[in-house]
Design a protein around this ligand. Structure first.
Ligand SMILES: Cc1cc2nc3c(=O)[nH]c(=O)nc-3n(C[C@H](O)[C@H](O)[C@H](O)COP(=O)(O)O)c2cc1C
Length: 385
């Protein structure tokens, strides 16, 4: 028998092959049961090796929208530690759709190559990956979190590399008193943004992203979210106002593009979200990652462990065939597993827990009493069970 350090096939560059994949159970006793967190799941035509997904996290570290070595290390560190899927940070489809000047972008071809390197690396380590396509709408042209004065969101001026005169939204309603009034998008401008999303999707497909198509940010008060809420959308045309159908029209039109090519509503809440999710599902959206808040500066969100889970659960209950991801202060493996066991969500997204501890999946496996594969290079650390 030959002893060869076998390479991963189908990727560029040499990487030792992990067999089985990192973050999947192995050497199990015959009667061992596998937690749902470590059970594969097929969503659409993609099978994920486990149900631990990395939520998108802006790094404010891009060079005119281009990923840098920071992103290679940041994303790579999660990919080598057994994450099932990584949704990379909000990635702008047009320059004026960035949250900050250092946001990631995919509006031009030169941004593909550095991303491709990261996608290749993630795939070589068995992790599915895509970018979160984004337009920040009226919350564009701000700062990296460590640059802004704490607790005070402001629009970045031109001298601060911002674009205060090119901030757009569904209506001319500022996000807060510290933000300028956005310009109301014309119908032609909406079509241009749709085209930009489509061009970005094509770029993502070309570089081999597994999560492509309508992988859009629809939360946190950014452009799509600001369309669906009557707080930020008071348009008088078919894309706005009191009618929920009107407010959902543009986001749904955007989501539909890749496939083809009364009472008074006060705010966007769970009931309207269920309808929105159902409409997205009809258009072929497979997975909705549920997050709330961010569209109104006056809102108070009560946070605590799993604070977003009840919203995911509501969406799941009303749309049982739609795959639902939950996120928000999930840190404990046993509690995460219980959300899956109780059918509150299909996959678990983690953000800050992974920044604090990229080994989360492997440690979760230990806590849940199942042995999973560590990267070959790290195995000697994890043979503790
Ligand atoms: C550093 C950082 C950057 C973030 N950037 C994004 C982003 O680009 N897109 C997004 O939808 N959410 C973003 N979020 C929100 C997270 O995806 C997640 O929903 C939130 O942090 C709650 O999950 P957690 O408690 O596991 O951190 C970000 C969060 C953090 C901590």
């Amino acid at each position: 028998m030959k002893h060869i350090n076998e390479a991963v096939s189908g990727v560029s560059g040499y990487f030792p092959k992990n067999n089985p994949e990192i973050g999947t159970p192995f050497n199990l006793k015959e009667d061992a049961s596998v937690p749902l967190l470590f059970t594969p799941i097929t969503i659409g035509n993609v099978t994920f090796k486990n149900r631990i997904f990395a939520a998108p996290m802006c790094q404010y570290s891009s060079d005119n929208g281009h990923a840098t070595d920071w992103h290679v290390v940041h994303i790579g560190s999660m990919a080598v530690r057994g994450i099932g899927a990584i949704c990379m940070e909000a990635t702008a489809v047009v320059p004026e759709g960035r949250i900050s000047p250092e946001d990631a972008g995919i509006w031009t071809d030169s941004q593909m190559e550095p991303l491709k390197r990261i996608v290749n690396f993630a795939h070589a380590h068995g992790t599915k990956i895509g970018v979160q396509l984004a337009h920040a709408g009226r919350k564009a042209s701000t700062y990296a979190t460590w640059v802004q004065v704490h607790g005070h969101h402001h629009t970045a001026s031109k001298e601060e590399n911002g674009w205060p005169d090119e901030v757009f939204g569904p209506s001319s309603i500022a996000w807060s008193e510290n933000f300028g009034e956005p310009k109301e998008l014309t119908k032609d401008e909406l079509v241009k943004i749709e085209d930009a999303f489509l061009a970005s999707i094509r770029r993502c497909q070309e570089i081999g992203c597994t999560l492509t198509s309508s992988n859009f940010i629809g939360a946190h008060g950014y452009l799509l979210h600001s369309f669906v809420s009557p707080l930020s959308n008071t348009r008088s045309d078919e894309f706005g106002g009191q009618s929920l159908e009107n407010r959902l029209r543009w986001p749904l039109q955007l989501i539909a593009r890749p496939e083809q090519e009364n009472g008074q509503w006060k705010q966007f809440g769970i009931e309207q979200s269920k309808i929105y999710a159902a409409e997205m599902h009809k258009l072929g959206v497979d997975l909705v990652h549920v997050s709330t808040g961010g569209n109104w500066s006056g809102q108070k969100v009560a946070t605590g462990p799993g604070f977003q889970v009840p919203f995911a659960e509501e969406i799941k209950k009303s749309n049982p065939k739609l795959f639902v991801g939950t996120v928000g202060l999930i840190t404990d493996a046993k509690i995460a597993e219980s959300y899956l066991q109780e059918g509150k969500a299909d996959v678990i997204f983690l953000a800050r827990a992974l920044l604090r501890n990229p080994h989360w999946p492997l440690e979760a496996a230990e806590q849940l009493g199942v042995r999973v594969k560590a990267a070959n290079q790290y195995e000697r650390t994890f043979y503790r069970m």
